[in-house]
Design a protein around this ligand. Structure first.
Ligand code: PAF
Length: 283
């Protein structure tokens, strides 16, 4: 497995791989790899000849006062996991490599960036779209893999790829959960043992919303109220950022509920901001 930090070296290797006719699968990450990342990498490994992952804690997607400085990092552990999955190349750039002095170009996906997580994190998705665009330009993958846990990110990247005529397929893979339902996330590392026990409440709230819809409820307000009730039962939730049921394609509100729906939420427990979602398809 090669570990590449320089852009020229990455470009040279990608040119060689492409010249040999190999397909490239790509998994962009911010490191501190867990089973969720590994499931993306395993799928990418199966579906492509050459597997590239990137590890880069992207400062552009963190707002002021967010967790950039304490975001967990584990270079050696990550490289060992990537090697085990059969990764061919890890791109591990430094900040100054991707954002040299004078960098002033950003990618903004309008509309989709300003709802759900975009309300409390107004510059987050601009940072995500910009870095993912840069990484796609560098790696030139045939397929790129993202987790359903970050549903808004996945929708937005699909939009960007379509709008900017990027020549690759975006593959969205199922959320990987702990046994008690908590969606795997590097940020779960911030939870104390007591908070960790409380954390599955978000998934339970989403499932309660789903159950209500399955029982025939078609009012989004009633579904959100049900999810709020479940969250309110857990005193360790410090703050609810949002709980919504929206159209799973465009993230817009729908009343009455119909078609493909995204039940999504973000809550603060201790130092962690946890997000999760489920999709409910109505015939
Ligand atoms: O999902 C993530 O880990 C990040 O948002 C991504 C896609 C690697 C961009 O920094």
């Amino acid at each position: 497995m090669e570990v590449v930090t320089a852009i020229e070296e990455l470009r040279r290797r990608i040119r060689e791989v492409k010249a040999g006719g190999a397909s490239i699968g790509f998994v962009p990450t911010m490191g501190f790899l867990h089973q969720g990342h590994l499931s993306l990498m395993e799928r990418a490994r199966r579906e492509n000849d050459f597997l590239v992952i990137s590890i880069f804690v992207n400062p552009l997607q963190f707002g002021r006062g967010e967790d950039l400085d304490r975001y967990p990092r584990d270079r050696e552990g990550d490289l060992a996991k990537a090697r085990k999955v059969g990764c061919d190349l890890v791109f591990f750039p430094e900040e100054k490599t991707l954002y040299p002095p004078g960098f002033t170009t950003y990618v903004q996906v309008e509309g989709l960036s300003s709802v759900l997580c975009g309300v409390s994190r107004p510059t987050h998705f601009r940072g995500v779209a910009t870095v993912v665009n840069k990484l796609f330009n560098l790696v030139q993958p045939d397929r790129a893999y993202f987790g359903q846990k970050d549903a808004q990110q996945a929708i937005l990247i699909k939009r960007m790829v379509a709008d900017l005529n990027m020549n690759l397929e975006v593959v969205v893979c199922p959320t990987v959960r702990e046994e008690d339902g908590l969606a795997m996330s590097s940020r779960n590392n911030y939870l104390t043992p007591q908070e960790r026990r409380a954390a599955p409440v978000l998934y339970r709230a989403l499932k309660a919303g789903e159950e209500l819809i399955a029982g025939g409820e078609r009012s989004p307000r009633a579904v959100v109220r049900r999810m709020e009730e479940v969250i309110a039962g857990e005193p360790l939730v410090k703050k609810v950022d949002y709980l919504v049921v929206v159209d799973a394609e465009n993230l817009q509100e729908k009343d009455p509920l119909e078609g493909s729906l995204l039940l999504a939420g973000a809550v603060y427990i201790g130092k962690a901001r946890l997000i999760d979602n489920i999709i409910v398809n109505l015939a």
